[in-house]
Each structure stands twice: as C-alpha cells, then as structure tokens.
Design a protein around this ligand. Sequence first.
Ligand code: SAM
Length: 256
Amino acid sequence: MKGHVARKRFGQNFLVDGGIIGAIVSAINPARTDTVVEIGPGLGAITVPLLERVDHLHVVEIDRDLIARLKKQHPPARMTIHEGDALAFDFASIGRDLRLVGNLPYNISTPLLFHLADYGPLVRDMHFMLQKEVVERMVAEPGCADYGRLSVMLQYRFWLEWLIDVPPESFDPPPKVESAVVRLIPKDPALLTAKDPGKLSTVVQSAFAQRRKMLRNNLKGILGDAGFAALDIAPTLRPEDLPLDDYVRIANYLTK
Ligand code: SAM
C-alpha cells in the first residue's frame, strides 16, 4: 500500500474506491474558502481530492509515519497538519464554521463523536465514514433495539442524514464490517432546550446504564416517583422507549 503497512491500532483501513471517494467529496461540496478539517488523512484518499477543491486544508493525524509523508507531499501553504490525537484535539483552535470530514478510525469512533458533540456551535457540518452499526445507532428512533445513549445525545445536537453505504471491498485492507457515510448538521441553538446539557448527559447515561431495566431502577436516586408523576412519564418504561424530548424534560425538571 504505497510503502505503508496499515496499523491496526490506529484503525487504518484506507479508502481505495474512487467512486466512493468522489461521492464523499460531492456530498461535502466545499467552496474554496471553506474551513475544512479532515480527521485521519492517512495516505490522502480524501485529502487529495479535497485539496483540489479548497484553498487550504486542515488535517489531524496521529501516525508519525503518515505525518512525515504528508509533510513531504503537501506544502504548509496548502495544508496545516495538526499532529496528535483527535480525541484530545481542541477543534476550537482552528476557528469557527468548521466543516469536519473523516473516514474515522473505527476503534475510536464513538468516543470521538461524543468529543465532537461539544463543538456543535463551532461547526457548520460533519461528514463521517463510520461502521454501519454505529450509524444505525446514531439515527435509531425510540422503540428500536439500536436506540441508546449515542442516539439521544447526537440527535439532541444534530440533524443526522445517512448518505452512502460502503462495502468492505472499498478499503485496503478491507474491514470485517460494513460501513456508511453520515452527515451531521448542528441544530439551531434555539432548539437546544436543555437548561444544563451536562445534566441531560448524566440523565441519559444513567437511564441507559442497564437497558433491560425500567427507568425507575436506572434513575433511582436521581428521579423519584413524584418526579415521574409530575412529568407524566411512566416509571415502568424502558430507556429505549423514551423519546429525546422526554429526556430533556427530565433533565430540566432536575435542573434547579
Ligand atoms: N482518510 C484515509 C482514507 O480514507 O484512506 C485514512 C482513514 S483510516 C480509516 C483512519 C485514519 O485515522 C488513519 O490515517 C489513522 O492513522 C488516523 N487515526 C487513527 N487514530 C487517530 C486519532 N486518535 N487521532 C487522529 N488520527 C487518527
């Protein structure tokens, strides 16, 4: 693979399917002056076509060998390379109105999505390749087995759109799982009605601690019978039955 051995610990599955790469870049459709930030450029499968479309590109990469290659291939005037872990990276340091893109390393995709959720106000949109199973959890609706903490926390902050299904053969080496490209667009702040987003996060985390148990048990010590009654929410429901709005109502009820 162009002189680089794929590193499993960095979730390296390089895109080699020109059709899919073209479809991702078309979906992003960047203007020359957009602030595009690619997470994990790797060998440049998406990076190079993006560089044809924008004046300047930001990339965040952890693998030192790949960083060295990128430095050789792309002058700093065209590309700023942020060396390090995207999970710890301060995206606010780049600016505002960011357009985030990435064929994400699957081993860190869920924590990365939670990390990025905090940057909603600074982001115009995000286009990510993820394990299909993760995208299913992101877009899942109440009542589905896939509906969980990831669904509630991301749907609270973003509009989500499933864009493209991607088979394993589109990568080298091929992953063991199917993939999909999803678009996330931050919601208008007026729609983010949780008085304390930290409280919403705590409530949702506790509610889904044991998904087979009733809300009454999972929220023990947080929300009592009087609270359930005041909110008109049945304490016997399971966490996957409760829509996003009700989680926000619980969080606001508990926010002094
Ligand atoms: N974008 C390339 C492509 O589509 O062929 C590579 C995608 S590969 C699935 C994931 C990329 O993310 C690799 O370049 C890997 O080194 C990088 N990566 C892995 N963990 C990372 C992390 N914590 N922070 C930043 N980059 C990371």
